[in-house]
Write a protein that binds this ligand. Structure first.
Ligand SMILES: [Zn+2]
Length: 116
């Protein structure tokens, strides 16, 4: 499987790589919207899935960062309703792990070979 060439396919490929590598309390789904004011992406729980929405008009390099950020929210997603900051230490650790694996480890190469 070669590296995906198109923006949306590359993001789906990176998402598949994240799914293969990190546990989340609920399965994740990736979806795209054309445009949205003020945000580039977000996560919401719908039924028993964590839906990651990305704004596809943003540039790829930015959406890769947003996907790492939002996927870290999925890894760190609380099972129950507990008061805690959105971007606290446990989210930060998940984000740092994904980022380091992707850019310092073998994640980039691995993700280019994964089927999406
Ligand atoms: Zn966030």
């Amino acid at each position: 499987m070669p590296k995906a060439r198109r923006k949306i396919e590359r993001l789906k490929q990176l998402h598949a790589w994240m799914q293969s590598r990190y546990q989340t309390p609920y399965p994740t789904v990736l979806r795209f919207v054309r445009d949205m004011p003020d945000v580039s992406g977000y996560v919401e729980k719908k039924r028993n899935k964590l839906v990651i929405t990305l704004v596809k008009s943003c540039p790829l390099y930015h959406l890769i960062d947003v996907l790492c950020h939002e996927y870290a929210h999925c890894v760190d997603y609380p099972h129950a309703r507990v008061e805690r900051p959105d971007h606290g230490p446990s989210w930060g650790l998940a984000m740092a792990q994904i980022y380091a694996d992707l850019y310092e480890g073998d994640g980039w190469r691995e993700s280019c070979e994964i089927k999406w």
